[in-house]
Ligand binder design. Structure first.
Ligand SMILES: Nc1ncnc2c1ncn2[C@@H]1O[C@H](COP(=O)(O)OP(=O)(O)OP(=O)(O)O)[C@@H](O)[C@H]1O
Ligand SMILES: [Mg+2]
Length: 250
């Protein structure tokens, strides 16, 4: 991990899309600062621009205007090639639908980002095993996705996001495809990662999910504002010991 201080610094970001004949601001002047170690949730209705913003934060797409600094790198000036490298080194992605490769075992899926990162085979395997152990899947490393439950698949995806030790974990609706109980387990795991010092940006339309974050921002029509007013304290919900339990029981 790098020095303390600011990890994300986004200023006045815009992104336009064509809607019918007209051009619409899907992101309409977004500014967002995230300090290292924060757990930030971004909520908002369907179509408000959350995934579009996630694509920007995740360096999957570039804005039409504005600036974005991630871990002291000026993202908005990079070429596609450089962006791919930044994604690999600086961001662990957790998606709603897991995005695991179906023919690979859990272990091979988790090793993938290390292959792209040029890590030698032995170190790769050790690190992937450690990451799978961290999410409580030590006993399942040779299973393929189809042999795992939804919650287990998402935990493999979280291990894959963790394995490169990126400064930022970025999650888009990480519990969206899971039943309530399994979703709670995955959330507990995410909370534990936060408690261990990871920086997390989580995008959801679910206020219950967002309550777990230390800061909630609301997206509306392409604009971001400070949330609050829900009357909930940060970190309320599942008691702290439960994430430990989650790992121990696996
Ligand atoms: N590539 C694109 N081309 C045209 N319009 C787009 C494109 N990507 C997003 N949009 C539009 O931008 C708006 C925001 O979409 P986005 O996927 O960011 O919403 P969201 O907040 O993630 O919604 P949900 O909660 O349903 O996932 C939508 O109206 C969508 O149609
Ligand atoms: Mg979305």
């Amino acid at each position: 991990m790098t020095n303390g201080g600011r990890l994300i610094d986004i200023r006045d970001l815009t992104k336009r899309h064509k809607m019918g004949g007209a051009s619409v601001n899907t992101l309409d002047g977004i500014s967002l600062q995230v300090e290292r170690g924060e757990f930030v949730a971004i909520v908002g209705p369907s179509g408000s621009g959350k995934t579009t913003l996630m694509n920007m934060i995740g360096c999957l797409d570039l804005p039409d205007s504005g600036s974005y600094m991630l871990d002291d790198v000026r993202i908005t000036e990079l070429t596609d090639n450089k962006l791919a490298g930044i994604r690999n080194r600086k961001i662990g992605f957790i998606f709603q639908s897991f995005h695991l490769l179906p023919k690979l075992t859990a272990l091979d899926n988790v090793e993938l980002p290390l292959i792209y990162g040029g890590v030698p085979a032995k170190a790769r395997k050790e690190r992937a095993l450690r990451a799978l152990e961290q999410v409580g899947l030590k006993e399942r490393v040779h299973h393929r996705p189809s042999q795992l439950s939804g919650g287990q698949q998402q935990r493999v995806a979280i291990a894959r996001a963790l394995v490169t030790e990126p400064p930022l974990l970025l999650a888009d609706e990480p519990t969206g495809a899971l039943d309530i109980r399994t979703g709670q387990e995955v959330l507990a795991l995410i909370e534990r990662l936060h408690a261990n010092g990871h920086t997390i940006v989580l995008i959801t339309h679910d206020k219950e999910v967002a309550m777990r974050a230390s800061r909630v921002l609301v997206m509306r029509d392409g604009r971001l504002s400070e949330g609050g007013g829900d009357g909930h304290e940060a970190g309320s919900g599942i008691p702290h010991g439960s994430s430990q339990h989650l790992v121990e029981q696996a």
